[in-house]
Ligand binder design. Structure first.
Ligand code: MG
Length: 367
């Protein structure tokens, strides 16, 4: 079983596993933490990491199991401990709830647990996985989507030395489009290293790393000359007016990521950005992500579906919504070396959903 796998035991922090199995009753609600190891040190403009501690939720009722995942993110002040504690708080409410009435159930836990958004995401994903399995339909079917219409996902290249960047680009040879992280001192060096080894379409993410609009303008014009398709979050989230100024002066789409978490954030961004990056962890789950996609569409914005460093649980959850979006950046599970699950597949960049019910994920059995 999942928590007993010897290869995983070391990743579960002692004393941090809380929960109960279905053996204790008809309804199970277990919370556990796992350390996901990155294949390469993961560096973006604001930080670097070798691992991420994510929180998993396992729900069980009527012999049906639903999995959910939270990827706490330091940018939003989230930690694994805080996330696990928040989930404990709503345990009685969720255990007593009607999971098929997942819209009402979510309203209840939102009132009881204001923060963090990733804990909401874990519950929402777990409940919807359970609902899909209980109704025997894949999630994309539950949402009326066509699995053949999934987009190509980018593969992300974190900030690194030119030598490692070239190696990462080589490792990503099966992916037709790459997402390049910039926003430190060596932007020029990184893009030069990428262009030395590939002429693929590129998308660039500065993760709020540029702080001056004139400097950002110069950099984006230079990226345009390199054939970059779009720029994500060039300036800090709070610099909305400066981003609007920038948008009037560049030709490629500017996509908001850190500037947008939930649907309510979108209208004020409509004049400053061309599109938004929706992530389940920021939104608080699948239901809010769907709302965000529709709000963005109503405002004429492009939509990207992204992720944090996540296992195949949360990445597969997002992939089920991917037929609704223009751009996918769903590679978090591919950046880790010890994914405890198997779910959505990728073939030459295209996301491939299976037709199993719910998320279509299963625990990885090989060690
Ligand atoms: Mg981003």
């Amino acid at each position: 079983m999942f928590l007993k796998a010897s290869s995983l035991a070391a990743m579960v922090w002692p004393g941090m596993v809380a929960g109960e199995s279905a053996a204790a009753g008809r309804t199970g609600f277990a919370v556990s933490q796992k350390r996901l190891m990155l294949r390469h040190t993961w560096s973006i403009s604001r930080n670097s990491s070798d691992f991420k501690d994510n929180v998993f939720v396992r729900l069980e009722r009527d012999g049906v199991v639903g999995w959910g995942e939270a990827a706490p993110n330091v940018r939003y002040g989230q930690t694994a401990e805080q996330t696990a504690a928040a989930l404990e708080k709503v345990r009685p409410l969720v255990k007593a709830g009607d999971w098929l009435a997942y819209v009402s159930l979510r309203e209840q836990w939102e009132r009881a647990m204001p923060e963090p958004s990733c804990a909401h995401a874990a519950l929402d994903i777990a409940v919807l996985d359970w609902v899909g399995k209980r109704l025997n339909v894949p999630l994309y079917r539950l949402f009326g989507l066509d699995a053949n219409r999934t987009p190509v996902t980018t593969f992300s290249i974190g900030i690194d030395t030119p030598e490692v960047v070239r190696q990462k680009v080589e490792e990503a040879k099966d992916f037709p489009v790459l997402k390049i992280k910039v926003g430190r001192e060596n932007d020029g060096e990184i893009l030069a290293a990428v262009r030395e080894v590939t002429d693929k379409p590129l998308r660039v993410d500065a993760n709020e790393g540029w702080h001056d609009k004139e400097q950002a303008l110069e950099k984006i014009r230079w990226l345009q000359r390199l054939g970059v398709e779009l720029i994500e979050q060039p300036l800090p989230a709070a610099m909305i007016e400066e981003t609007a100024w920038l948008r009037e002066r560049v030709d490629i789409p500017i996509i908001a990521d850190e500037a947008v978490q939930r649907a309510g954030d979108i209208p004020r961004l409509a004049g400053a950005y061309d599109g938004i990056n929706v992530k389940l962890m920021k939104a608080g789950g699948i239901q809010e992500a769907v709302r965000m996609i529709h709000v963005a569409r109503a405002l004429g914005l492009k939509v990207m579906l992204g992720c944090m460093i996540e296992s195949s649980v949360a990445v597969s959850a997002a992939a089920h919504l991917s037929p609704l979006v223009d751009y996918a950046d769903l590679d978090g599970n591919l950046l880790i070396s010890n994914d405890p699950f198997v779910g959505v597949a990728v073939e030459r960049g295209k996301l491939i959903l299976n037709d199993r019910p719910g998320l279509g994920v299963s625990e990885r059995t090989e060690s």
